[in-house]
Design a protein around this ligand. Structure first.
Ligand code: DGL
Length: 266
């Protein structure tokens, strides 16, 4: 029997993770859930997010019976994952800012972490820096608007370069003769704008996207793809109940989604 993986985010950002998971396990059945009725997660308190996501996850597990759940959202992983693990027995894979590999790879020893305001404010992220920054100077950049701009971009709206450039500008630090050379994308929405980020950067940097590592972790837990098995269904659910228009449907298809399911919660 094919396995089912539920991939969860506040909106469209988790698609950047889904894409890697579909590539690694094309045989599996995937349910992508965008909790767009509650977007953006970065704007909610921890208490509100826990109160929203824990019961919603119960409904989703009941309905879709996944073997593994991937929380493809840093903001939710950092704040809600311990509560989910406490409440439900199935395995969860989360995503947290890739500070350890970024600091290990940086040559200039100047690393920036770009995430939602909630992610950069959390003690969890600050502890990752204390534990893994080694000799790097780490700049935390909380962006209020970038996830929303990424959503709008995937929905086919035109986004001004200046709006993106303003959000990423604080990541670029030039101090004591050394410049930032590595930027951790600590929000799964941001790789949706990858081409624009690279073009608008004041100088070239390595952008660290955690999606391949998340897919590898999932394969570690679930095992590799069954050889010569038919492609699994990859369906999307939006908690707002919205039905994607033609432009968004084309965007979803680029990330591997080939079916739309009914919403379970609002
Ligand atoms: N995609 C989410 C993350 O990785 C956050 C976007 C939001 O604020 O909802 O943090």
């Amino acid at each position: 029997m094919s396995q089912t993986f539920l991939v969860f985010d506040s909106g469209l950002g988790g698609l950047t993770v889904l894409r890697e998971i579909v590539a690694a396990r094309p045989d599996a059945h995937m349910v992508y859930v965008g909790d767009d009725a509650f977007f953006p997660y970065g704007g909610h308190t921890e208490t509100k997010l826990v109160a929203r996501v824990v019961p919603l996850m119960g409904e989703l597990i009941e309905r879709h019976r996944p073997d593994i759940v991937v929380i493809a959202c840093n903001t939710a992983s950092i704040q809600v994952l311990p509560h989910l693990r406490e409440r439900y027995t199935l395995p969860f894979v989360g995503t947290v800012p890739a500070i350890k590999p970024a600091c290990a790879a940086s040559r200039s020893k100047r690393v920036s972490v770009l995430g939602t305001e909630a992610t950069v404010a959390r003690e969890y992220t600050r502890r990752l820096i204390r534990d893994f920054a080694r000799d790097c100077a780490v700049t935390l950049v909380g962006s209020r608007r970038l996830a929303g701009l990424a959503e709008a971009h995937l929905q086919g709206q035109s986004i001004a370069d200046a709006d993106i450039a303003a959000e990423i500008a604080p990541c670029f630090v030039d101090q004591d003769g050394e410049r930032t050379d590595t930027v951790v994308l600590a929000c799964t929405h941001y790789p949706l704008l990858m081409d624009r980020l690279a073009r608008l950067a004041p100088w070239p940097v390595t952008w660290v996207d955690p999606a391949p590592a998340i897919a590898r972790r999932l394969v570690d837990l679930a095992g590799p793809a069954e050889p010569a098995t038919a492609r699994g269904q990859v369906e999307a659910v939006f908690t707002s109940g919205k039905h994607p228009d033609a432009r968004l449907a084309a965007g979803l298809a680029r990330f591997g989604i080939n079916a739309l399911a009914d919403a379970t919660a609002n």
